[in-house]
Ligand binder design. Sequence first.
Ligand SMILES: Cc1ncc(COP(=O)(O)O)c(C=O)c1O
Length: 423
Amino acid sequence: MATSSHSLLLQNPNRALLKTPSRSILPTTHLNTVNLPTKLISIRCAATTQTQDHSPLTQTQSQDRVFNFAAGPATLPENVLLKAESELYNWHGSGMSVMEMSHRGKEFLSIIQKAESDLRTLLKIPSEYAVLFLQGGATTQFAAIPLNLVKPDEPVDYLVTGSWGDKAFKEAQKFSKAKVIWSGKSDKYTRIPSFEGLEQSPDAKYLHICANETIHGVEFKDYPTPKNGLLVADMSSNFCSKPVDVSKFGIIYAGAQKNVGPSGVTIVIVRKDLIGNAQEITPIMLEYKIHADNNSLYNTPPCYGIYMCGLVFEDLLAQGGLEEVEKKNKKKAELLYSAIDGSNGFYRCPVERSVRSLMNVPFTLEKPELEAEFVKEAAKEKMVQLKGHRSVGGMRASIYNAMSLAGVEKLVAFMKDFQAKHA
Ligand SMILES: Cc1ncc(COP(=O)(O)O)c(C=O)c1O
């Protein structure tokens, strides 16, 4: 186990069980370490702690936390939160919080380099790809992608399987000759077409997909091969939820706030030979070359968010990597979908079975008038954020990596109870 210097209270391995809220701990610690005579209280010490240990998710839910089924920002692994808490005030004995560090100092450089290296290990990212930690959300990438990859008069294809793919297409229209080659809109985004029948534009420079549509719960299980161009994927809501063959893609991009960290960090994995051809009008902050040449440190990056992503990557590796993570995700999703399918129509999932998302599970109630009560009753049992997206209604349970099996089991038990009461 690692040792480092922290306050005793912050190092308490049973921190999650402490009655005192953390807000009141920090000032006390500060007083103890700074103002009181050291001969009375010797607080600084090196000690071993549980939260220093990168052990996999414990699957426990401490009493004061809810099961958060939000689509993003979403639940984070408890051990990651506790580790971040233990390091918040004084990171690794540096005397600073990560929030206070220079992004060019050796401490932060070690953090961002480790985060990148762990992500490369997790996704087995080939060396021909650059990893960029950016800002602006996946939404900014909707513009950055055509700006970096094509000229304004060049054709690009969009396969639209939900609202996010549609938004990406609309933004791309401003900077390229973007075309929707298939849209699931008329089926309310409940399916993905067979790739054989897809009519791709012969000269399209890339084919864009949204690998997992967060709102509609539609997920690609394998990927189309673009005829002549590149495959570009928005993986915001299934990033690091399963292994991916990165070499099939020109670009993979993702907002961090679902599976790998807090909002504010956007990760772009881009094949290096695609960098350096941006349109002249491209704002400097959207140019991949600037960020790649400067190792994501051209301007001040979202330092704390990157640090948190790094902790999540460590945790995913400690769990055995993405193969193991996928197994857990499949188990949770199967449990929830079979509860829905086995409810004799009381609950319904509109998405075609073969493309149901492992991450976002939308469902409706046979009696829509019960939906508000479902959400209210679930919240009483500490299961929150189950209301579907405002554009589609119904329910949605987002069960990202950090949602424990216990959380899904509790939801399924609640659903059965609720059905028994109202059927
Ligand atoms: C699949 C997908 N793409 C893009 C976005 C937009 O991300 P951001 O809000 O980070 O710009 C979201 C947000 O939920 C999403 O789920």
